[in-house]
Every structure is written in structure tokens, then in C-alpha cells.
Design a protein around this ligand. Structure first.
Ligand SMILES: O=P(O)(O)OC[C@H]1O[C@H](OP(=O)(O)OP(=O)(O)O)[C@H](O)[C@@H]1O
Ligand code: HPA
Ligand SMILES: [Mg+2]
Length: 173
């Protein structure tokens, strides 16, 4: 199955809200694995979703050289044409010998793999890590922590707020 075969229900039918605590724990678990793969000379965050995990991973690994590659492809849960808004900086490309050797790329998740494919093409030898992975994108990721089904929609804590929940007896699930 390819990304274009998926209906909205196939892409987002199963909501999976993630709290700050859970996200922090999952980022630390990811770092445990990355610590065995490194060392890394620099971290590249795929903005915007990769900024938060990149900050946590870089803090745990003691890395202070951090760059961004700025990519937009979704309007909320609607996938649109992928836009490269800012490339990887020239000094980070040079640091990775032009291939990404010794560089760690971090994103919050891989879904269809479209974003990961574009960034991987920029730095084929870099190590690509995400916190969450869905089956279509999973082959593009070197290290991740939790796999969720393709019809799961992950709600990140920076997109959520506290709100009243109606009691279950009134039909709340
Ligand atoms: O595997 P894919 O199907 O490409 O989807 C994954 C990408 O989609 C989201 O980014 P988004 O484009 O929503 O931008 P954001 O990070 O600024 O939220 C997410 O942060 C990943 O970067
Ligand atoms: O499951 C998701 N959650 C949030 N953003 C996303 N962008 C692609 N897939 C997702
Ligand atoms: Mg993103």
C-alpha cells in the first residue's frame, strides 16, 4: 500500500494523544539507544516537530552543535506538497564530509516517509532517528522508540491543551 491509497480514516482514525511526561520519557529512551550508536558531531532537527526531541536528545548526549532543516508538508492532518523552506547549513554539510557521516538527524515521527526520504537524500550517511514510526515510513528510520499503526494519528503535547471531559456515562469514550 502507498501513501496515496490511504483514506482519512486509514490515516487518522485512531487518536493517540501524548503527554509532555510521556514524550520526555520516550525521548530519553530514544537517547539510550542513540548513545550506543554515536558519537555524533552535530544534531539536525527537522522543523518544527523535530525541535523538541532534538533539544532533549542533544542535552542528554552533550551535543551543542545543532542545525535545522525546515520542511513543511502537512496542514494539520492533511498532507500537502512538501516544501523545503531552509536547507541544511553549509558548515554542517562540511562537518559531515558532504554525506552526513557522524551527523544525527532527529524528527518527532515518520509517517508516510516523504519527509524522511527528502532529508535522507541530502545526507545519505547520517543517522536518522525519530521518536515514533508508522509502518510506511519505518524502513527509512535507523532508530526509533515506538511503532504505531498507520491509521494512528499522534497528537503531540505542544498541539494539545487541557479541556473538560464529559463523564463516560454521557457517551465520552
Ligand atoms: O512521514 P511524513 O508523511 O512526511 O510525515 C512526517 C512529518 O510530518 C510532520 O511534519 P509537518 O509537515 O506537519 O510539519 P511540522 O513539523 O512543522 O508540524 C512531522 O513532524 C514529520 O516531519
Ligand atoms: O500522526 C501524526 N501526528 C502529527 N503530525 C503528523 N504528521 C504526519 N503524521 C502525523
Ligand atoms: Mg515535521
Amino acid at each position: 500500500m502507498t501513501a496515496s491509497d490511504l483514506s482519512k480514516q486509514d490515516r487518522t482514525g485512531r487518536p493517540f494523544p501524548v503527554s509532555w511526561d510521556q514524550f520526555h520519557r520516550d525521548c530519553r529512551a530514544l537517547t539510550w539507544r542513540l548513545n550506543e550508536v554515536g558519537p555524533f558531531k552535530a544534531v539536525i532537527a527537522i522543523t518544527r516537530g523535530g525541535l523538541v526531541p532534538a533539544a532533549i536528545v542533544a542535552r542528554e548526549l552533550g551535543i551543542r552543535v545543532i542545525d535545522t532543516v525546515c520542511i513543511a508538508s502537512y496542514d494539520h492532518d492533511k498532507q500537502e506538497a512538501l516544501q523545503l523552506l531552509k536547507p541544511i547549513s553549509a558548515d554542517i554539510v562540511a562537518l559531515g564530509a558532504g554525506t552526513g557521516e557522524g551527523v544525527l538527524i532527529v524528527d518527532d515521527l515518520v509517517d508516510t516517509g516523504a519527509t524522511a526520504r527528502v532529508v535522507r537524500d541530502m545526507m545519505p550517511a547520517a543517522h536518522f532517528a525519530t521518536v515514533y514510526a508508522k509502518p510506511l515510513g519505518r524502513p527509512l528510520v535507523d532508530t526509533f522508540i515506538t511503532e504505531v499503526s498507520q491509521d494512528t494519528w499522534i497528537y503531540f503535547p505542544w498541539d494539545l491543551g487541557l479541556s473538560f471531559q464529559p463523564p463516560m456515562k454521557d457517551g465520552a469514550g
